[in-house]
Design a protein around this ligand. Structure first.
Ligand SMILES: [Zn+2]
Length: 76
């Protein structure tokens, strides 16, 4: 076992990869800027979330389901 024991928790900034300490006020980001960049990525859809709702065809289906209720919807 290593003699040195580091108790400081560190993570890498998701945006730029800089090591960030748990104490940091912008944790898990290294800075407020990186936090905003990360949020911007989400907003721009850089991270592909499983969101089939954004598919126009699915939106159409949803529209049909709303106006055409009667059959059991067991969509695939
Ligand atoms: Zn960063």
């Amino acid at each position: 076992m290593p003699a040195k024991k580091k108790s400081v928790k560190v993570l890498r900034c998701p945006t730029c990869g800089t090591l960030v300490r748990l104490k940091d006020e912008d944790f898990p980001f290294c800075s407020d800027r990186c936090r905003k960049i990360d949020l911007g990525k989400w907003a721009m859809g850089v991270y592909k979330i499983s969101s089939p709702v954004l598919d126009p065809e699915v939106l159409e289906d949803l529209g049909n389901l709303g106006s055409n209720r009667g059959s059991d919807s067991d969509n695939e």
